[in-house]
Design a binder for this molecule. Structure first.
Ligand SMILES: Nc1ncnc2c1ncn2[C@@H]1O[C@H](COP(=O)(O)OP(=O)(O)OP(=O)(O)O)[C@@H](O)[C@H]1O
Ligand SMILES: [Mg+2]
Length: 232
């Protein structure tokens, strides 16, 4: 499903060039659950932005479902994002003073889904993300960190993407809440067969995935399978 080949990403700040990704290649199959680890500044988010069609590489190819994403225009990239990809970012960007349900419905507004269908799909996504119905009408600034996380996951799911990308989704959670959020990702992967790629600093968190890619100085330095944690 994902085929990254010889990806190089160079950032230019004035006259200074910095190579954030230095010849990275790998493939990820449909339905895999992959964690990306590596030191701060190693290029993880840069890689995720490319995988998420938010940015294109300086050179190299990125095939997503056999389509070469590395040569697309901004409009074409936006189409790919809308149709195929769900994002969970560390800054979740929920709208404050807006209910949980409305936050999850928002991507559907842009996708042109109307009326009762919109509400129904948002509720389904919240359920899939493990959010208790009691909170659907709470304001997003009046729920806990773990609940915010579930809303962010629900919002990433609501367009039914085949690929879910998450940048440090447990970064600011206590370890217990982090585990619960990871169990949610595991269920989405196993039961709904979504491909998931997740960045984390924590080994414990990464062990929930099937496979870990280690990035250092913009290079892939290790690619290994895990002894997968079980869902309790
Ligand atoms: N827009 C940009 N312009 C210039 N340099 C950038 C830009 N974005 C990232 N960089 C640089 O590229 C390198 C990789 O950044 P990236 O955000 O991918 O790291 P990361 O592995 O996600 O780090 P962290 O774990 O701290 O989030 C860093 O040295 C960073 O300073
Ligand atoms: Mg980062």
């Amino acid at each position: 499903m994902i085929e990254i080949k010889n990806i190089i990403k160079t950032y230019k700040t004035g006259d200074v060039e910095f190579q954030a990704l230095n010849d990275i290649s790998f493939t990820i199959k449909d339905g895999e659950f992959v964690a990306i680890m590596g030191p701060s500044g190693s290029g993880k988010s840069t890689l995720m932005h490319i995988l998420g069609a938010l940015d294109i590489p300086t050179s190299g190819t990125y095939l997503l479902d056999k389509k070469d994403v590395s040569v697309l225009s901004d409009d074409e990239l936006a189409d790919i994002r809308r149709d195929k990809i769900g994002f969970v970012f560390q800054a979740f960007n929920l709208l404050p003073r807006t209910t949980v349900l409305r936050n999850v419905m928002l991507p559907l507004v842009y996708a042109g889904v109307h009326g009762a269908k919109r509400i129904e799909r948002a509720k389904e996504a919240l359920e899939a993300a493990g959010m208790d119905e009691a909170h659907f009408h709470h304001m997003s600034n009046q729920i806990s960190g773990g609940q915010i996380q579930r809303v962010a996951i629900a919002r990433a799911l609501v367009n039914n993407p085949s690929l879910i990308l998450a940048d440090e989704p447990t970064g600011n959670l206590d370890s217990k809440t982090g585990e619960i959020v990871m169990e949610t990702f595991q269920k989405l992967n196993k039961e709904l067969k979504r491909t998931i790629i997740l960045i984390t600093h924590e080994q414990e968190i990464a062990e929930h995935a099937d496979r870990i890619l280690f990035i250092k100085d913009g290079k892939l330095v290790e690619d290994r399978t895990t002894r997968k944690k079980k869902i309790l």
